[in-house]
Design a protein around this ligand. Structure first.
Ligand SMILES: [Zn+2]
Length: 232
């Protein structure tokens, strides 16, 4: 049986469902439906060699963002119980000199780091998910699998964009210093690498199957530390 246990404390950003007609969604990229963005969250660890949940050619990245979408018009609960109910777009984060992709999160992360904030949510204004994406969204890996957080439902179409997104050392240090509240440090929150168990991983590098990330101008979202129940 695959491991689906404990951890797991994440920095999560949500609130997009309140944007009404501006609710961001994805289509294309080989998906048979439109999927609406419900939240995104970040995985990392304290070491550069071991922060992402996916590896490419055996290589980990220091961190990874999961943009979690559900099938348009459905509830989260419905989507969890369908094989193609959820579409997660994964962004691999690499240390670089360009702070722009994650810059919209900087203020929220700084607020969450403040000792007196005690894990309260931080508001992000004028946020656009598109700002997180790499230039190339045509090259990606695709497989069908499960959520990496409890209860690891087998309902996810995974898309891992092959071009990493730049994050600076300062931004990574902010992530690593995030605390839910004073004294509650998030050391790492990644699920160990799982065996493929016979799954195929496809690679797309064609414009024909490129994604449409629909992301109109929009208002604000909340970033917060989220603690999942632990179970064994
Ligand atoms: Zn995740």
């Amino acid at each position: 049986m695959e491991s689906c246990e404990l951890k797991i404390i994440l920095v999560t950003v949500s609130g997009m469902h309140q944007w009404g007609i501006n609710w961001p969604y994805i289509s294309g990229g080989g998906l048979k439906h439109n999927y609406q963005l419900v939240q995104f969250h970040i995985h990392w660890s304290q070491m550069n060699e071991n922060g992402s949940e996916h590896t490419i050619n055996g290589k980990h990245y220091p961190a990874e963002i999961h943009l979690l979408h559900i099938k348009a018009g459905q509830s989260m609960n419905d989507s969890l119980h369908q094989k193609d109910g959820i579409a997660v777009v994964s962004l691999l984060l690499n240390i670089g000199f360009n702070p722009t992709p994650l810059s919209s999160l900087d203020g929220a992360l700084r607020t969450m780091l403040l000792r007196f904030n005690k894990g309260r949510p931080a508001t992000i204004h004028a946020f656009r998910p598109h700002s997180l994406l790499p230039l190339n969204t045509e090259s990606f890996y695709r497989y069908e699998g499960s959520l990496t957080t409890p209860g690891c439902e087998e309902s996810v179409i995974w898309t891992i964009l092959s071009e990493p997104v730049s994050m600076t050392n300062i931004q990574l240090a902010q992530l690593r210093g995030t605390r839910l509240s004073v004294g509650s440090e998030i050391k790492d929150n990644t699920r160990p690498i799982q065996p493929l168990n016979g799954r195929s991983v496809l690679f797309n590098s064609s414009k024909k199957h490129s994604f449409n990330f629909c992301d109109p101008a929009n208002p604000l979202v909340k970033a917060f530390g989220q603690k999942f129940c632990q179970f064994k």
